[in-house]
Ligand binder design. Sequence first.
Ligand code: SIN
Length: 527
Amino acid sequence: MANHLIMNFNTRELADHQSDFIVLGSGIAGFFAALLAARLGAAVTVMTKQSIQDSNTDKAQGGIAAAMDAADSPDLHYRDTLLAGAGLCDREAVRILVHEGPRRVLQLMDMGARFDFEGGRLALTREGAHSCRRIMHACGDATGAEIQRVLNEQALAEKNIEVLERHFAVDLLVRDNTCHGVLAYDQRGGCLKAFRSRAVILSTGGLGQLYEHSTNPDVATGDGIAMAYRAGAEVMDMEFIQFHPTVLNLPGAPRFLISEAVRGEGAILRNRSGERFMLNYHEMAELAPRDVVVRAILAEMRRHAGSNVYLDLRHLDDELVLRRFPNIHRTCLKHGLDITRDTIPVAPAAHYIMGGVKTNYFGETNIDRLYACGEVACQGVHGANRLASNSLLDGLVFGGRIAERTAGLWREEMPPRTEFASELPSPGDNVDYARISGELRRMMSAHAGPLRCREGLEAALGYMDDLAHLESTAARNIQGAELRNRLLTSRLVAETALMRTESRGGHFRDDYPRTRNSWLKHIILRK
Ligand code: SIN
């Protein structure tokens, strides 16, 4: 018996599925790693919780940052990334990102990704805290959808890749600090399955759905971080959560991202009195680092007792707005807003976690044969605050590195079958998973969001303590497993936020508003 498993099962009763590599997640990091590994000869199984379309990659708008222009350089990109990271970036990881990034982008273009061009050159936009125009985009503001389209097509056509949709990875099968495979729940077949592999690559994305409002798809509930931590993986920088400043906030409409590129092209933030306010907060005004813009918006919302501010594009040329932001224009129009005529009500929402499963520069975790890349992973490249549009690049660069690192692994003998079993007591029939998830999200939003303090974090942790009994019972179904993951990752965020008695990047403490040199270090946790 292994004590990290949350559903009852016995591998002796389950069919033995085998694959050289199992990739969990179908966003840019997972699919890119899977494609490169498959082309090097490995048999790869990609498993995803819903459909391959349900990823943060698909929703990405602004673009992908890389020094592709003669007027730019990896050194400038390096400098901007370090500045945004507020002192906590791992310099070597950033060096790798900015130097290997352009080559990986060209690889993606070779696979068929079509970025926007202007006058025969890549069209580049600007976003917060970038010192020059560096962001490539596709279809105006649907960069992620274009990348996802290419990766989906390539993966589905690749004979060495098997794609399993609606497979919820419940737990990693880890014994003696070695990952033997994955226990997954097949939602179509209604059964548990055990998968054996030479290596598992975690690329399950982030945890925006721990909060009431998020730009992330419903699937982003921190599952990868939770299952890795349960199995003994180290996690790092869990307190650093990035909130996106401008998310549509209109009754009845979904929390739809209004890309930072909109401000990059000149849009202005106004408060409820119609005043431009960002100049009062930072010299870079609307293009200040994201955490600065978020706190300024929250301060203006408080000052005007409102639940939003406004993004104003009305002074921009209509042709530019329609060409650059067709997706945002179309979506807002569906909800009665013409962004060339109307201001857009916006408020911050949870967007990205800088922390995650700790890895080295090759995606290796402290568990043998367990790798991680993309948002679920943390090698320190984003420090305390990610530079806008560095996340897609991170997925490409570190996903690609894993594929190359493991190139010879699939030729080794498949490890023998190892039996796993779990027999936990039932939580009873009256545990209401949906109600608890809702309460937990409210707690996290109130106390572990963009503004934090000791009393609030302790209240959130107290709420979690009251639910601790659930941790020693079996999850009845995937809603139960997801709740266990939400609870664990919420706790990791709140505990580390309480420990860090300073403010830095995506972590702001009302009771410790200053950045302190003594905190120029990472918090690493292990079960
Ligand atoms: C955006 O388009 O504003 C999102 C870009 C990012 O989060 O990197």
